[in-house]
Every structure is written in structure tokens, then in C-alpha cells.
Ligand binder design. Structure first.
Ligand SMILES: [Zn+2]
Length: 188
């Protein structure tokens, strides 16, 4: 059981169903109670319910060095555009675009963006310039790059094979990607 005032995000576990009843801003699933909104825990001892007081979020203004997670929407030889879904682990609603030039993708020379990113990939990047529209990001660091990708041949989830390479266990396709070091076990 978490204590009153603890800050939680949607989907965070609060306690199990024997400890309390699900109250406002919560839901129960498989014997556990979870936060349904971002906010702080409040245990109502009289009603024996746990509740989440929603936290009014400040608008998230992206700045240099912030971490974005988004889905590649538009990839051409020299540029990738993503739809940003998370900014520093906070959901972004509505989503906006960020772009990356090929020179910001990998540390080594890259001839074509198609050798590193495919449309639909989920990418973690770092903002390098927040004063432009769209924002500009980089994936040159080890912790940056693709964190989730599907096979472009059959649509199955790709598995990490080695640095810079993913493999499909379903059809055997081997695909080059700029892969983040925690590919396959990344948390948003
Ligand atoms: Zn495949």
C-alpha cells in the first residue's frame, strides 16, 4: 500500500483489492488497483477507498536536452519526422512533430536514413534545438534510437540481433536500424 500524497502516473499500481476499494481516478484489474489519472494518492479511511487527486499539469514546453519518444511518420533519404508521444516520460496530447537530419542520426557516416529508420518505428531522441518549428532531435547517443520496430516484410515485432541490426524470428528478415541500447526492454 502506498502512502497518502504519493505521486502516480496512469497505470501505476496502488494496492491490491483486499486492502481498499477502488475510488475516484482508479480502476481495478486482476485483483489490483491502479491509478487511472496522473495525481496523488488519497486513502479515505471511512469509505475504505483509495482515490487519486488529479494533478493539473503545467503545459510541457520542450527545451534542449529533453527526451522525446515518438513514431516515425515520414522518412526520406536525408530526414526523418516523428510524431512526438512522450516528452520526458509525460504523455504529449495532442502530439506534434519533430525532425532529425541524417547527420544527427548516428555517430558514424550514414548514406541513407532508410538504413537506420523505417516508418512506424518508435524512436527515443534528444532535443537539440527547441527554437525551430518543428523541433529538431538527435539519436547519436547509445541510449537513443529505435526502441520498438516491426518487420517491414511480415509485420512481426523485430528482435535485437546486434548493434545496428534487428531480426525477425517469423520470416528471417534482417534489418538495419539505429537501435537504442535498451531495445526490447525500454520503458516509456
Ligand atoms: Zn518478418
Amino acid at each position: 500500500m502506498l502512502s497518502n500524497g504519493e505521486f502516480l502516473l496512469p497505470g501505476d499500481n496502488i494496492c491490491n483489492i483486499e486492502e481498499a476499494l477502488p475510488g475516484e481516478g482508479t480502476y481495478a484489474a486482476s485483483g489490483l488497483i491502479y491509478a487511472n489519472v496522473t495525481g496523488t494518492v488519497f486513502m479515505d479511511k471511512k469509505k475504505r477507498t483509495v482515490n487519486i487527486f488529479p494533478k493539473v499539469r503545467k503545459p510541457l514546453v520542450p527545451k534542449k536536452g529533453d527526451v522525446v519518444i515518438g513514431q516515425a511518420e515520414n522518412v526520406n533519404k536525408h530526414m526523418t519526422a516523428i510524431a512526438v508521444k512522450y516528452l520526458n516520460s509525460q504523455p504529449v496530447e495532442p502530439s506534434y512533430s519533430a525532425i532529425m537530419h541524417i547527420s544527427q542520426c548516428t555517430r558514424s557516416y550514414l548514406d541513407s536514413m532508410f538504413d537506420a529508420i523505417k516508418e512506424g518505428d518508435i524512436i527515443r531522441g534528444k532535443i537539440v534545438d527547441a527554437h525551430t518549428i518543428p523541433l529538431q532531435f538527435t539519436t547519436t547517443y547509445n541510449e537513443l534510437g529505435i526502441i520498438y520496430a516491426l518487420c517491414s516484410n511480415c509485420g512481426e515485432r523485430l528482435r535485437y540481433l546486434r548493434r545496428g541490426t534487428l531480426k525477425c524470428d517469423n520470416c528471417g528478415s534482417i534489418e538495419p536500424r539505429k537501435v537504442a541500447e535498451d531495445y526490447g526492454r525500454a520503458r516509456l
